[in-house]
Design a protein around this ligand. Structure first.
Ligand code: SF4
Length: 167
């Protein structure tokens, strides 16, 4: 059975920077959970950051790949550099995916860790820009398909393809 890495905040865990969850009420997610497919993970907590914590954005809205290659940092509004925590969390997510054979992830869109198509622009003014977060970028660089919670139908199609390939 194919398993799915999922942002912990989407399945009810209060791990966001503001100490809350972002629980997603969706029949597909509920089915995958009932099937025992979901592996909940929060890269920022696993990377050593507390709950709650200051918000963080990638400087310049540069995207996770730029952080992974060392040309951009992840900063809080007061300029604290939390890059190492984001990198540690991303590597930990990849370790979990590899050790469990996971090829598919459903991650919270817009997050500097979990965003797959959108992140914030680095100016802490609530604006988004195209790009991936640090964890999503690392997973995708290693062939793991990542979908935001607003693309569950695509994730389901990907899951079908993966299961067909291994049937
Ligand atoms: Fe949710 Fe990902 Fe942020 Fe953790 S890092 S709170 S899993 S969006």
């Amino acid at each position: 059975m194919e398993r799915i890495l999922v942002s912990a905040c989407l399945v009810g865990r209060p791990v966001r920077f503001d100490g809350r969850a972002k629980t997603l009420d969706d029949t597909l997610l509920a089915r995958w959970r009932a099937e025992g497919r979901l592996v909940a993970f929060c890269p920022e907590v696993e990377g050593g950051l507390p709950v709650p914590r200051p918000p963080a954005e990638i400087e310049g809205g540069a995207g996770g790949a730029a952080v992974l290659s060392g040309v951009a940092r992840v900063l809080t509004p007061d300029g604290a550099d939390v890059t190492r925590h984001f990198l540690a969390g991303a590597r930990s997510a990849l370790d979990v995916a590899r050790s469990t054979g996971i090829k598919l992830a459903v991650l919270k869109e817009g997050s500097p860790s979990c965003g797959s198509l959108r992140i914030h622009d680095g100016a802490f003014r609530g604006r988004v820009t195209p790009g991936a977060g640090v964890t999503a970028a690392l997973l995708e660089a290693h062939g793991i398909r990542v979908f935001g919670e607003d693309r569950l139908a695509e994730a389901a199609a990907c899951l079908d393809d993966l299961e067909s390939a291994t049937a």
